[in-house]
Design a protein around this ligand. Structure first.
Ligand SMILES: Nc1nc2c(ncn2[C@@H]2O[C@H](COP(=O)(O)OP(=O)(O)OP(=O)(O)O)[C@@H](O)[C@H]2O)c(=O)[nH]1
Length: 395
């Protein structure tokens, strides 16, 4: 072979090998360090292909016709499976949480029983008993009624036997708490999800209660949807979404702070109907610049929901530690929305257990649930007898 042809051959072969090597190196995956150098650490729509920005924004926000709602997807099975918790069964919760009630109401029970255990119960002692009942927030009328009933029974039975007098106190207090009231939640809607609205001033524990109640319902095998209509407090929707996600319950919320709460509530109910949920629970805001605004807004939320469905249960959340203040709040709320049940929170932190009686009297609405701690399952259906037992426990 001619030497010039051979040289040309060799040169071509070298070029070919070089080209193959070059393309191989370009095609290898980038190291994480290289990736970081090439792409901005945060992404915006410019990082996405044309048209994808709108699509993915719409998808991520679950935007509806009104373009306001976020519906976080239920946790993906593989990734979130370990995070989905199994709530504690509902039956016997009060029994488990009893120790908290006993602890916080210890002084109340102790002083009453000490007073009633005296050899002779004179007028001064009765006055002290009445004072103790008032301090426990029983309310003036119920306190007087209780003292009168006890006085009468002690006189008629002619006994000061401490055991007997204690039993009388237990019976009379139970009568006041009223075991005959229907404390079940009204969730038996026919052919549609039951709608529960949760109202109350800020900080009483509304969002926490909605989260805890979602767990109660999940424990009872119900399909639940949550609506984060507290658009006033920025973190409330996120807080509620987290509560829901923990038990695999979807939350409808808005990405826009201060969005119209009524439309969030509406969309939540609509969603619940669409997915044939058993219950939809709507959390509402408790803080606005003034009372009139808050009440207007609440009324509107309810009216707008009613365009879609009846509201079956309106739960007013009250903080037991606020005493009379709670009663005033209760009155204001019941003027605007038809309150059907009370949730009394933070009973683990107060000896004012008598507030149960005062509230029921004032509103004519039963206490249906009580909060006894910050734990996820520290919400219990209210039971009159068990409650009085705990109030009068001596330990
Ligand atoms: N000890 C105790 N703390 C509770 C109970 N219920 C709620 N809390 C606490 O009360 C605080 C306020 O609760 P939230 O649920 O944020 O109150 P909110 O009414 O939704 O407040 P806004 O969203 O501002 O209107 C939280 O720290 C809760 O953990 C309870 O039964 N016992």
């Amino acid at each position: 072979m001619d030497s010039s042809v051979l040289i040309t051959f060799i040169v071509l072969a070298v070029i070919l090998v070089g080209l193959v090597g070059f393309f191989l190196v370009r095609g290898r995956p980038l190291s994480p360090a290289e990736t970081k150098k090439r792409y901005p650490e945060t992404r915006d729509e410019h990082d996405l292909p044309p048209g994808a920005a709108e699509d993915s924004a719409g998808e991520a926000s679950g935007a509806t016709a009104t373009g306001t709602l976020v519906e976080p997807e239920a946790p993906e099975e593989t990734a979130a499976e370990p995070a989905v918790e199994t709530p504690e069964p509902v039956a016997g919760r009060l029994a488990r949480l009893r120790a908290r009630l006993i602890k916080s109401n210890n002084i109340f029970g102790k002083s009453l029983l000490a007073l009633l255990s005296q050899d002779s119960i004179d007028d001064d002692v009765w006055d002290e008993i009445e004072e103790t009942l008032l301090m426990a927030d029983l309310g003036t009328d119920p306190a007087l009624e209780l003292v009168d009933a006890l006085k009468q029974r002690v006189k008629v039975e002619g006994t000061t036997d401490p055991q007997r007098v204690r039993a009388m106190l237990h019976e009379e207090l139970t009568k006041l708490v009223d075991p005959t009231l229907d404390r079940s939640l009204n969730l038996q809607a026919e052919g549609r999800p039951a709608v529960v609205m949760v109202v109350g001033v800020n900080g009483v524990g509304k969002t926490t209660t909605v989260g805890k109640l979602a767990r109660v319902l999940v424990a009872e095998d119900k399909d639940v949807v949550l609506g984060a209509a507290d658009t006033f407090r920025a973190a409330a929707a996120e807080q509620l979404t987290t509560w829901g996600a923990r038990v695999g319950v979807p939350t409808v919320s808005s990405p826009i702070e201060g969005a119209d709460p009524a439309s969030v509530a509406f969309e939540a109910v609509e969603k619940a109907i669409e997915v044939e949920a058993d219950v939809v629970m709507v959390d509402t805001a408790g803080r606005l610049q003034n009372k009139a605004n808050l009440m207007d807004e609440l009324g509107k939320v309810k009216r707008v929901i009613e365009k879609k469905s009846e509201v079956d249960e309106v739960l007013l959340v009250l903080d037991a530690t606020t005493g009379q203040n709670g009663l005033n709040q209760a009155k204001v709320f019941s003027e605007v929305v038809n309150v059907t049940g009370i949730v009394l929170t933070k009973l683990d932190g107060t000896a004012r257990g008598g507030i149960v009686v005062a509230i029921q009297r004032q509103l004519g609405v039963p206490v249906k649930l009580i909060g006894l701690g910050e734990g996820a399952d520290d919400l219990a259906p209210f039971e009159a007898e068990a409650f009085v037992d705990a109030l009068l426990e001596e330990n």
